[in-house]
Design a protein around this ligand. Structure first.
Ligand SMILES: CCCCCCCCCCCCCC(=O)CC(=O)SCCNC(=O)CCNC(=O)[C@H](O)C(C)(C)COP(=O)(O)OP(=O)(O)OC[C@H]1O[C@@H](n2cnc3c(N)ncnc32)[C@H](O)[C@@H]1OP(=O)(O)O
Ligand SMILES: NC(=O)C1=CN([C@@H]2O[C@H](COP(=O)(O)OP(=O)(O)OC[C@H]3O[C@@H](n4cnc5c(N)ncnc54)[C@H](O)[C@@H]3O)[C@@H](O)[C@H]2O)C=CC1
Length: 259
């Protein structure tokens, strides 16, 4: 499909930009003309993403206006607030597109799950999205700018998944957070939507036991795992004005898994 330049005036902040879905989102938004601020806990990985986009990367002396890498732990309040401050200082405006992809798993059955595994997954996957969404919304509202916030949940938010009480809870929380933000921010011209990927081929799913991977794949009506690019296509739509009357939605990208 021919790439449209639907985002040529957009500044897009993407967290979790150093791998998998986040990296694919950066590439897709850049292809539509967006300038990308690529953030990751792994700063080197974010830098690699920017280099893949043809940007000059980050670091001292990097001329702003190009795609730029940022390092931040989104689960830390000070880091999340500092991230938005750095992005605005670099580009002289708030990001009009914000895509929260940063996420982790710490899978374990409920009977054995540690409090630390619970706390860390909630901190990154749910609190991290709260912190980034809040900081971005504050910047947009105070500048009177419209925007599109896209938060990556998961299909397991809808159906649960063995070994993932922490992860499923975090992803279900992302939907509730995003719907509420959509209700509060609509009057400011800021749309907030969730994307629920299914079984996508990234390092995150590579860690699963092969037996489970084989079984899940057999359950997918389209018969195969999804690609990060499949998710990025939907994110680009939600980032653009083509979805201008969509907010508070949860969009499944699953090949039909758990429809
Ligand atoms: C087998 C049927 C599968 C159907 C439903 C699965 C849906 C999964 C959709 C995933 C879509 C993407 C979700 C997402 O957002 C991205 C991710 O979160 S990727 C990570 C997803 N994680 C999992 O699915 C958990 C996988 N399981 C594990 O990592 C380990 O099992 C675990 C650490 C939880 C425990 O390890 P261990 O104690 O070593 O036990 P075993 O691995 O030997 O498992 C014991 C037993 O339980 C079965 N089993 C494990 N996980 C699942 C599961 N998710 N759904 C169903 N059954 C599961 C496993 O096959 C063993 O069965 P036996 O018959 O005893 O061999
Ligand atoms: N792969 C899949 O099948 C699915 C993934 N998802 C979600 O999509 C998002 C992206 O996942 P993948 O690309 O598959 O995983 P991935 O593991 O390839 O990428 C996740 C990225 O997030 C970064 N990250 C982790 N903790 C962070 C933190 N505290 N601060 C900033 N960055 C952090 C990692 O460094 C990594 O680059 C995650 O939120 C995940 O839960 C949802 C459904 C399915």
């Amino acid at each position: 499909m021919a790439t449209q330049l639907r985002l040529r005036s957009a500044l897009a902040l993407v967290t979790g930009a150093g791998s998998g879905i986040g990296r694919a989102v950066c590439a897709r938004l850049a292809r539509e003309g967006a300038t990308v601020a690529a953030c990751d806990l792994d700063g080197a990985a974010a830098h690699q993403t920017v280099q893949l986009l043809g940007g000059l990367g980050s670091g001292e002396g990097t001329p702003c206006g190009n795609h730029t890498a940022f390092h931040a732990d989104v689960s830390e309040a000070r880091a999340a607030r500092s991230l938005l401050q750095q992005v605005q200082a670099c580009f002289c405006r708030p990001p009009s597109v914000v895509v929260s992809c940063a996420g982790i798993t710490r899978d374990e059955f409920l009977l054995q799950m540690s409090e630390d595994d619970w706390d860390r997954v909630i901190a990154v996957n749910l609190k991290g999205i709260f912190l980034v969404t809040q900081a971005a919304a504050q910047a947009l509202v105070s500048s009177g700018s419209h925007g599109s916030i896209i938060n990556i949940s998961s299909i397991v938010a809808k159906v649960g998944n063995m070994g993932q009480t922490n992860y499923a809870a975090s992803k279900a929380g992302v939907i509730g957070l995003t719907q509420t933000a959509a209700r509060e921010l609509g009057r400011h011209g800021i749309r907030c939507n969730s994307v629920l990927p299914g079984f996508i081929a990234t390092p995150m799913t590579q860690k699963m036991p092969q037996k489970v991977k084989d079984k899940v794949t057999s359950m997918i009506p389209m018969g195969h795992m999804g690609r990060p690019e499949d998710v990025a296509e939907v994110v680009a739509f939600l980032a653009s004005e083509d979805s201008g009357y969509i907010t508070g939605a949860s969009v499944e990208v699953t090949g039909g898994l758990f429809m």
